[in-house]
Design a protein around this ligand. Sequence first.
Ligand code: ASP
Length: 338
Amino acid sequence: MAAPLLLSTYLLLLPLGQAALPVVINTWPFKNAAAAAWNTLQSGGSVLDAVEKGCALCEVEQCDGTVGYGGSPDETGETTLDAMIMNGDTMEVGAVANLRRIKNAIGVARAVMERTDQTMLVGESASVFAEDMGFIAEDLTTIKSTNIFSNWLKGNCQPNYRKNVVPDPSKSCGPYKPSVALKQSNRTRHANTNSHDTIGIIALDQDGHVAAGTSTNGLTHKVPGRVGDSPVIGAGAYADRSAGAAAATGDGDIMMCFLPSYLAVELMRAGADPSTACEAAISRIKRHYPQFFGAIICANTTGHYGAACNKAPTLSQFHYMVSTSETNTPVQKSVNCF
Ligand code: ASP
């Protein structure tokens, strides 16, 4: 009886942001996905299993409409998915981008890692691979995504992500051709918390195994073929058992240029605590894009964790889930954006 008492005393003494291993953290208050990941780990699954099961539940439940089928239709009305999974022990990654017709993107990402020597498959070829591996091909369109798409068409295709084309993309639908003049403009984002989100999960077990992964349907009204940051290694997520793990969410076209997950993990390797590492990764982007929409979660090898977000018109506080032995159930945490 002495050991459990000692353990609970120890856990009660832990300050905020510190957890004993194992720990599972995910972006946004996706509670069921958090529970799926945590329960997987608790019932003997690996950290990779935990990441996969958590992301997969979000794909089924269409978390916020921003993960899985039926969300974020592109300019043609199609939903396509991005996902990745990283084994922080072996540094292997499996990723899929612009995946069509397959609901279980994280499952396909894991199959890329485990059933090929490749790292990332994209588009139609990724779907063919998935079908060959036994994943079912089905239409990812729903009534909701059809409505989003038809309202967008009725509103002259606003907003969209085109520039330097004719007809004027701020007023008209395509098809577009390049305009003669190239106007310099900063990347604009149609900041709307409902137009994008990603589940990113990082899982560390008590033996020091580390994994990270993401799944998303990207950005509403994206240009067909657009791939966000989520499946990009070091951008959407990164894991290294010698340093920790991180996962990001937000304006993928901006964030992927800064590899925030990689940066945060490297800062933790250099000794930064997870909150500081997360803040530094956000600050790096903020320097160039003060208004960008984005957040990141970080955990180091001892189970300390943290998060940070950029203060934007639609984001003042970022919510994420943390599961530890202390509570044995996911607990929602919040961080004020800066
Ligand atoms: N990062 C994702 C993307 O840009 C969406 C999000 O997390 O908000 O595709």
